[in-house]
Structures are given as structure tokens and as C-alpha cells.
Design a protein around this ligand. Structure first.
Ligand SMILES: NC(=O)c1ccc[n+]([C@@H]2O[C@H](COP(=O)([O-])OP(=O)(O)OC[C@H]3O[C@@H](n4cnc5c(N)ncnc54)[C@H](OP(=O)(O)O)[C@@H]3O)[C@@H](O)[C@H]2O)c1
Length: 443
């Protein structure tokens, strides 16, 4: 079998790590041959350890004109990377990408393009970095009727929240450290406001349910309002706080959510520390299966890319063998390269969550009657209080206290909170976090 000829788009953190694995594992050379590296201003990217046979270019047309069997896209973002992925698929190349934003925005079109061009689009690296989650769900759990996916999909948020939980620090200094250590970007918005995890959730929903949920339809809540006091109150409840991403089949649609939530301290989510990812898949027959590991980082993510490449070489090998044994049917011309796949994602609808309990935290300028007025607004929506917590020793001008409420509809809670937030006694906007005990992987 001739090796698959590979064109690499992007020589940054992941792209250079992909090249590094291919160079450092010479046993892969008879299966994959890196022929081109494309990057803007490519001269500054050149490294001596890449074989001299590789063409470095800052002209994407040159790479595509060489008719690679596989294009690896590790540039990121929707444009211009999406246009280049489309062109590669249209000319019959298989594409391996780590680009969750592109898949969340254009996954159905790109998968369709792969099908119509009898080739493949693979994206193990797009979710969970080096954790073989896509493969595990797509192949390993294909026999189950999947019901839901819950997980910690963003390492930056988990680093921040797990450190705050252990140190009683405010978010600002922890975020600053996360930047210094390379866990957070200069602008951490995509990580801490939920867009990064939301895009990964769209990809997971595509794999688990073959449905495409629009990222803009998935409620995403920021972890920014979480304060040290929230961890103290959560601890009193046997819980801690993590950024949770979840999608669950519910009637004709899917409940989906990304944001901070209370989880049991002793659960897989509560025990997940640092930048690690952990994802639980729930199936009708197999129950809960949990995957965890390094969700980011050049080498770990590059492993996922190279694993996709090796899966393509296996398909290529099988196909070559078939071609050797096979006489073309009805004069049909069989393509060279990697044979296609038939995965497509149909449109899916996001629906409201089931009733669930919530943690409500208020920071108020203290005066008599506040608790009674909040309780009245909740009662007017049929929402029952479960507990009330107030630690001593806080400043009366910014007094944090917590109420937990029994399982209720999100819309009813929203109406109550709107009324409550309009009062003049708040020092900060009220915070509502779902309590995900029943949805916890160990319960
Ligand atoms: N890093 C991770 O841990 C990780 C984990 C999972 C998935 N991913 C995904 O992997 C992809 C790549 O991430 P990364 O961390 O490797 O990013 P990165 O370090 O910024 O690398 C991107 C590379 O693409 C080049 N590039 C960007 N825009 C370009 C353009 N318009 N034309 C030509 N070259 C361009 C960049 O060149 P410059 O040097 O000039 O900017 C850089 O070399 C993204 O989709 C990301 O979401 C990354």
C-alpha cells in the first residue's frame, strides 16, 4: 500500500505536534507521508527536524494542487479554514480537523460534502483533546440507544473552579495564574462564558444522536459570577461547582446546557481537578460510561489527529485490497484514496430542561423583610423553598446568603428571579445554579 500523502494546514500548537509525532515514529512512514505544510508567513515556522522532502508554503492553492489524500486542518476558526476544508473535500481528499467551532457552525454541510465526494471528515481532536471520546461514542457505544451526555469539556474553566474550590480564592487571581500557566488565553471569554464547551457539545450531540443543535440555541452561562462564598455554601450542601455541559434526549428534542452547576463533591465531576476533562455518556442498555483525560495541549491533541489518520490508512488499506480483488461493476470508476462514510447530522431542536432543584445566591444590602419578599416571589410561581443558608460575619452592605429550591420549571424560576432582581436591596445580581445531583454519574 502506498502511504497516504498528507497536507498539513496550520503549524501552531497542534500542527507542529502532529508533525513531531509523524517524524518521531518512523514506523508510521509507510502509512502516512507528510508532503506539505501550509501556514501564513511560513518562513518563520520552518523547523530543522521536519524532513527536507516536505514542501513549506504560504499558498494554500499550492498544497491543494498537489492533490493530497488527506488534509489535516489545525488552523482554527470558521473562516478561512472552513473554505479550505470545503475545497479539500470537494477534490476528494479526506479531512481531519480539530476545529470544533467550524464543526459546530457547519458540521452538517461538511459531513454532507464528504458523503457526496465519497470521502471522510474525521474530528477526534475536536472534543476532549486526546481523550478518545468521539471514537468511544461513535464505535464503542454504537450498539446502545444513547440518552444523554454530561461532562466537563473545558479545561480552563475546570482549572479555575477546582482551584477556587480548594483555596477559597476569588476568581480574578486564579484567572491570572491560569493565563500565566498557559491554561487560559489572554481573552478567556470563549472558555469561561461557555462558547468553547458549547461548540464541543454540538459536536458530541452530532456523534451521540446524529442531530445538529445550533450553538445559538444552547443556553450558555458564564462562570464569571461565581465567588469564593459560593464554594463555602456549596460545601455545606455536600457539593462543589463545575462548568457542566449536558445534552439529553427529551421528547422530540434535546435539553442542552453549558454553565456552572452544583455537583456532588464526591462525584466524578466534583473530583475532577485542574484542566482535565471528564465526560459521561448515558445509554438505555449500557448505563453510564465515563471517559476522562487531558482535554487539551499540543501533544495530547495531536495524538487524536494521528489516530484519525491511522484510521484513514486502515480504510485505505481495506479499500486497496477490495480494488485488487474487484472488477468494476457496470464500468463504474472506483476512486483512489480513502473511501467514504455515510454519517450525516439532521437538524435537532433544543427544548427546556426537566424540572430540577436550584441554588440561588443573593448578595444584599441587609434590611428586614428581604427573605420574606424573595420567598413570596418564589411562592407566586409555585416554587418551594428547600433550605436557607447564611454564614455569619459578612459586611451588612454586601451580605451573601443562599436559598435552595425544590425541583421547578426553569421558566417559572426565571419569572420569579426577574421580579426579585427588580428590588432595590441587591448589591449584586442574583445567581441561580442548577443542582445536578440526580444527573450525577455516580447516582
Ligand atoms: N491547542 C489545543 O490544546 C487544542 C485542543 C483541541 C483542539 N484544538 C483546536 O485545534 C486547532 C488549532 O489550535 P492550535 O492551538 O494549534 O492553534 P494555534 O497554535 O494558534 O495554531 C494555528 C496555526 O494556524 C495558523 N493560522 C491561523 N490563521 C491562519 C490563516 N488565516 N492562514 C494561514 N495560517 C493561519 C497560525 O499561524 P500564526 O502563527 O501566524 O498565528 C498557527 O500557526 C483549533 O481549531 C483548536 O480549537 C486545539
Amino acid at each position: 500500500m502506498t502511504p497516504l500523502r498528507l497536507g498539513l494546514l496550520g503549524f501552531g500548537t497542534v500542527g507542529s505536534s502532529v508533525a513531531r509525532i509523524l517524524v518521531e515514529r518512523p514506523e508510521l512512514a509507510d502509512r502516512i507521508q507528510l508532503t506539505h505544510v501550509f501556514n501564513r508567513d511560513v518562513a518563520r515556522k520552518r523547523v530543522p527536524w521536519v524532513p527536507s522532502s516536505v514542501t513549506w508554503t504560504d499558498n494554500v492553492d499550492e498544497l491543494l494542487a498537489a492533490q493530497p489524500d488527506v488534509v489535516v486542518e489545525v488552523i482554527g476558526g470558521v473562516d478561512p479554514a472552513g473554505g479550505w476544508v470545503r475545497r479539500a473535500l470537494q477534490q476528494g481528499a479526506a479531512v481531519v480537523t480539530a476545529n470544533k467551532q467550524l464543526l459546530a457552525a457547519q458540521g452538517p454541510e461538511l459531513l454532507h460534502l464528504a458523503v457526496t465526494n465519497h470521502t471522510q471528515l474525521r474530528f477526534e481532536a475536536a472534543v476532549g483533546g486526546g481523550v478518545p471520546l468521539i471514537h468511544g461514542v461513535r464505535e464503542g457505544l454504537a450498539g446502545d440507544n444513547l440518552k444523554g451526555v454530561q461532562g466537563i469539556l473545558n479545561g480552563t474553566s475546570n482549572y479555575i473552579l477546582s482551584r477556587m474550590a480548594g483555596s477559597d480564592e476569588a476568581m480574578a487571581p486564579v484567572l491570572e495564574d491560569a493565563r500565566r500557566l498557559g491554561y487560559a488565553e489572554a481573552d478567556p471569554s470563549a472558555d469561561i462564558d461557555g462558547d468553547d464547551a458549547g461548540a464541543k457539545l454540538v459536536v458530541l450531540a452530532g456523534i451521540a444522536f446524529r442531530r445538529h443543535l445550533r450553538l445559538s440555541d444552547i443556553p450558555r452561562r458564564s462562570i464569571r459570577p461565581i465567588a469564593a462564598a459560593d464554594f463555602r455554601y456549596a460545601r455545606t450542601l455536600g457539593c462543589t461547582i463545575r462548568q457542566i455541559s449536558m445534552v439529553e434526549a427529551r421528547g422530540d428534542g434535546f435539553h442542552a446546557f453549558v454553565g456552572p452547576a452544583l455537583v456532588l463533591r464526591g462525584s466524578n465531576f466534583g473530583l475532577n481537578m485542574g484542566a482535565n476533562n471528564v465526560v459521561t455518556i448515558v445509554g438505555q442498555y449500557g448505563g453510564k460510561s465515563t471517559f476522562s483525560g487531558a482535554g487539551a495541549g499540543g501533544p495530547a491533541t495531536a495524538v487524536a489527529v494521528v489516530s484519525d489518520l491511522l484510521a484513514l490508512t486502515q480504510r485505505h488499506r481495506d479499500h486497496t485490497e477490495e480494488r485488487r480483488q474487484d472488477v468494476p461493476v457496470d464500468g463504474e470508476e472506483r476512486r483512489q484514496g480513502v473511501p467514504g462514510d455515510s454519517e450525516e447530522w439532521l437538524p435537532g431542536t433544543v427544548v427546556p430542561p426537566p424540572p430540577r432543584p436550584y441554588y440561588l445566591r443573593f448578595v444584599v444590602k441587609d434590611r428586614p423583610g428581604i427573605v420574606a419578599s424573595i420567598a413570596a416571589s418564589l411562592a407566586a410561581q409555585g416554587i418551594n423553598l428547600d433550605s436557607m443558608l447564611q454564614e455569619p460575619g459578612y459586611d451588612k452592605d454586601a451580605l451573601p446568603f443562599v436559598m435552595t429550591v425544590e425541583a421547578c420549571e426553569e421558566a417559572a424560576l426565571g419569572t420569579a428571579l426577574q421580579e426579585i432582581a427588580a428590588a432595590e436591596y441587591h448589591a449584586e445580581p442574583p445567581l441561580a445554579l442548577p443542582i445536578l445531583l440526580g444527573e450525577d454519574p455516580r447516582t
